[in-house]
Design a protein around this ligand. Structure first.
Ligand SMILES: Cc1cc2nc3c(=O)[nH]c(=O)nc-3n(C[C@H](O)[C@H](O)[C@H](O)COP(=O)(O)O)c2cc1C
Length: 161
């Protein structure tokens, strides 16, 4: 399959999960294009602009992709504004495609902002006529190590099998 992965990531965690998922999907012989969204003007936690002022400079053309894997962190109990805005901007390209949303967040329990944020992205994708696949949530943890990232990337891989 042709898979587009699009992420907004401020501190790199969402990007790291996206990169691991890309490795696994390439091993499964999918074709994968990964885009880390850039904004102009700057959007980050110090420049937390409202959605209508967020402009992306590298929003990809999804024409050849049949699946969009879309990742964003949770900010203030929901997908961060750049994530919501990017999915809306991509919306006109989503009809008939499968969309697999994923979320990274700081709380160590998915039920606390993670699952609800993934559901919000699924609803948004479905509103644009996409087939929304199950969402994947990577919660925070005090534990160091790659295991949680590997497990979440594996979930993404399995959802495309
Ligand atoms: C402004 C801000 C608000 C946040 N709000 C939440 C929140 O409500 N719930 C949560 O679990 N994590 C929250 N976090 C933590 C991030 O979701 C988490 O660190 C995420 O993995 C960062 O992803 P990134 O490294 O791709 O930017 C917040 C982080 C920031 C900067």
């Amino acid at each position: 399959m042709n898979v587009a992965i699009v992420v907004f990531s401020e501190t790199g965690k969402t990007l790291k999960l996206a990169e691991l998922a890309r490795e696994k999907l390439l091993a499964d012989r999918h074709s994968v294009q990964l885009t880390r969204l850039q904004t102009d003007p700057v959007f980050d936690s110090k420049h937390n602009l409202p959605e209508d002022q967020i402009k992306f400079t590298n929003l990809p053309d999804l024409g050849s992709a049949s699946v969009l894997i879309f990742g964003t962190p949770v900010w203030a109990f929901r997908p961060c504004a750049a994530g919501r805005k990017a999915l809306r901007d991509l919306g006109p390209q989503l009809k008939g495609k499968s969309v697999l949303p994923f979320i990274t967040h700081g709380f160590p329990w998915a039920w606390l902002t993670g699952t609800s944020s993934a559901s919000a992205l699924r609803r948004l994708a479905a509103d644009f006529g996409a087939k929304a696949l199950a969402g994947v949530v990577l919660s925070g943890s005090m534990k160091k190590g790659e295991d949680r990232y590997q497990a979440a990337a594996e979930k993404i891989r399995n959802l495309l099998k």
